[in-house]
Design a protein around this ligand. Structure first.
Ligand SMILES: [Ca+2]
Ligand SMILES: [Ca+2]
Length: 208
C-alpha cells in the first residue's frame, strides 16, 4: 500500500511539475510577444515623428508647393475660383448677364461688381463677344447721350480711332432718341433707346 501511495504521490508531483513548466513556457512566450509589441510601438512612434518633422521642413523650404495648388486653381478659373460666372478672354474677365435691364441699370450693375460695360476695341474681342452672345441683344459701354452723334466709350477709349462693328445703316438714331449701343444679330452693333431692356456684358481686369 505504501509503495502504491508513493507511486501516486510521484505521479501527482510529476503532473504539477509539468504544469508549472508549461506555465513558465507560456509566460516566457507572452513576455517576448509583449516586448516585441512594445518595440514596434516605439519604432512606429519614432518613424511617425521623423516623417512629420521632414514634411514640415519641406514645407518651410518649398513654400511654393502650397502656391502651386492655388496656381492650378488659377489655370482652371483665371477670374477666381469664387467667380466662376466670369469668363476669361485675352487678359480680362467677362460677365454675360442672365437678366435684361436698361443701359443705365446695366452700367450700375457692372460697377457694383467692380467692372464696367464691355468696351469692344478689337476684332478679337468682338469675335469673343459675338460667339458668346449668340445673336441676342447685349448692352456694351458705348453711348452718344452727351452729344448726339458723338459716340463715346465709357472708359474714354477714343471712339474715332478704334475698331467699330456697326450693322449696316446703324447708328440711325431712330425716333431721335437712340443713344445707347448693344450687340445684336451676328454681333453687329445697333443704337437703341437707353431704357430698352436687354442683357449686358461687363468686363474687369484679372484679379490680383
Ligand atoms: Ca443717338
Ligand atoms: Ca438703331
Amino acid at each position: 500500500m505504501d509503495e502504491e501511495h508513493l507511486h501516486d504521490d510521484l505521479h501527482v508531483f510529476e503532473g504539477r511539475n509539468f504544469f508549472q513548466q508549461r506555465l513558465r513556457s507560456f509566460f516566457t512566450v507572452y513576455l517576448i510577444l509583449a516586448f516585441y509589441l512594445l518595440l514596434l510601438i516605439i519604432l512606429f512612434t519614432v518613424s511617425f515623428s521623423r516623417v512629420s518633422a521632414v514634411s514640415s521642413k519641406l514645407n518651410e523650404v518649398h513654400p511654393e508647393r502650397k502656391q502651386n495648388f492655388s496656381g492650378r486653381d488659377f489655370l482652371l478659373f483665371p477670374c477666381g475660383p469664387r467667380s466662376r460666372e466670369w469668363e476669361y478672354f485675352d487678359g480680362k474677365c467677362y460677365y454675360f448677364s442672365l437678366t435684361r435691364t436698361s443701359w443705365h441699370k446695366a452700367k450700375a450693375q457692372c460697377e457694383e461688381m467692380h467692372s464696367q460695360l464691355a468696351v469692344i476695341n478689337s476684332y478679337a474681342k468682338q469675335n469673343f463677344i459675338m460667339f458668346r452672345t449668340r445673336n441676342e441683344r447685349f448692352w456694351i459701354g458705348l453711348t452718344d447721350e452727351n452729344s448726339e452723334g458723338e459716340w463715346e466709350w465709357i472708359d474714354k477709349t477714343d471712339y474715332k480711332t478704334t475698331f467699330t462693328f456697326w450693322k449696316a445703316g446703324e447708328p440711325n438714331n431712330s425716333g431721335s432718341n437712340e443713344d445707347c449701343a448693344h450687340v445684336w444679330i451676328a454681333g453687329e452693333w445697333n443704337d437703341v433707346y437707353c431704357t430698352y431692356e436687354c442683357y449686358y456684358v461687363c468686363e474687369k481686369p484679372l484679379p490680383n
